[in-house]
Design a protein around this ligand. Sequence first.
Ligand code: CUK
Ligand code: CUA
Length: 625
Amino acid sequence: MKKSLLISATLATALLPFSGCNPPGQKSAGETKTASAGTPAARTYVAPGDKDEYYLFYSGGHSGQVYVAGIPSMRHISTIPVFAPYPATGYGFDEESKKMLGDYSWGDVHHPGLSKKDGVYDGRFLFVNDNANNRVARISLSDFKTHQILGPIPNSSGNHGSSFVTDNTEYVLVASRFSVPLPKGRYADPKDYEKEFNGMLSGIKVDPQSGEMSVGWQILTPPFDWDLGSTGKGPSEGWAFWTSYNTEMAHETLEATSTQGERDYAAVVNWRAAEAAVKEGKATMLDGVPVIDPAKVPGVLYFMPVPKSPHGIDTDPSGRWIAAGGKLQPVASVFDFEKIMAAIAKKDFESEFRGVPVIRYESVLEGSVPVGLGPLHTQFDGRGNAYTSLYIESVVAKWKLPPWTAEEKADLNKVILDKIDVHYNIGHLVLGGGDTKKPYGDYLVAMNKLSKGRHLSVGPSQPESSQLIDVTGQKMAMLYEAFTEPEPHFAQIIKADTVNAIEVYPKADNKHPHAVWEAKDTGVVRNGNKVEVKMIAIRSRFIPDRIDTQEGDELTIHITNVEQTTDMIHGIGIIEQNMNVVIDPGETKTLKVTMTKTGVFPFYCTNFCSALHQEMQGYLTVKPA
Ligand code: CUK
Ligand code: CUA
């Protein structure tokens, strides 16, 4: 007994240098500063007054919002309302944001994508998709607010395979999850699915200066259900990839019928060729968008077989290796972009599907890495390693990307380097800069689908959880577990110093036509039954603080927060008028209320702004007509 203990202790010591457990304070080559030093508690501790090193932007799923946390503390620091109203910032109450939200009061955010320059994050914008109402939104990282919601995108239904940003933010590439009869609004019986329904891949053009998005072009596809994708980089720059989970073209009981095939297709898209085809007039207009039929325009779209019901295809930082996870097959399939290009050049196709060449699987597959059960998404650390989330196994698997040795190739179990348990049923995972040319390579966040009692009980709806993992060593190390707002899908991690957020809106930049800055310019103007108010908010009053109206009047208030001091926010809440607008320093917002009730309606400042915040109030009077 004693002897065996001794042996194992010796063995453990012998293994230590290779196990990645470095004594505190000692760093191995390639390690970055904070992730690896000290105990997990010390490594995630951000002392009061100190700031985190990274921003984590994670999707809020059907909450319609984006949440911001700091890494390594994992503290939730902000909520960015995108597709749903958010009274805390008055989003969805003022005319500007109401106009962006349009007919919808919710969305389903899955995949945030940061803007890039030369294949790395430039800290300007965050694009997010709405799976539910076929939209894409742009958040500016100068003020962490939503500035544009584009959509519903024509000819696209279920904007899930989105938002994948090209290397210089030329495009946000998106794919429709569901196939429907096109153009939208046309009726066809789902029984005629194969004939009448279609899928679509779309290029959303981004203005290089303003970031303004518009639908550039679309590529018509058979009625496959397009899933996740990625954009190429380096040698594969100009290309994009998506997987489909239903090349069986099932239209009912998908659970059974869409999983029959041994392989589904990935789309291999030459988006530069698509762009050129549209310029050359090779597209047909459909619902106002130039749509390319890939059967008539060769060179734009290819299909590539991928094992069983994949859920995502990710391009590594070098741009050469492309990994797809087959949910129902315990492998990550690695494709070689060089071989894909060679196969296309040689027309090495195994078949054709509706005029689209199907690349020969065996010719482009580098290997199938036996990662484990339920592989979903893959991220990269920039040191030649890949990290795949395994939903069924509830682990993250770390494995080595090609090039592999002959010995490794003969048994790809050898390239599995480590596995770490996560709790539980991981969906996405994100590594800092993991979808860029230069990942940061230190932190990974596992976003778990089911938390199964990881937090104090708050009833049947269990809080979600995410886990912070240190990936600097050979072995992954669990650092922290955090509550996560529901319902997280993908996320992005960016270095804090890449983002330059403003602290106030400079007065000089305020272009609102009804902004006023001084008491003398404020006032109430009546025009028929329209009452228009120019108001300022300043510590600690509203000017004017009395507005007189009549029943039936349409009241418009343009309110400017004239403060130019950091963190001096005012809000205006009007009693029983369902109105609350928050105005940041230097900002002007417009709100409208129709006077349907008579009486006197006090209004007050909703954001604590000074010792006399409570006194910041006024009266809206409504006389009977
Ligand atoms: S999906 Cu959620 S786990 Cu929408 Cu990205 Cu894979
Ligand atoms: Cu202004 Cu409180």
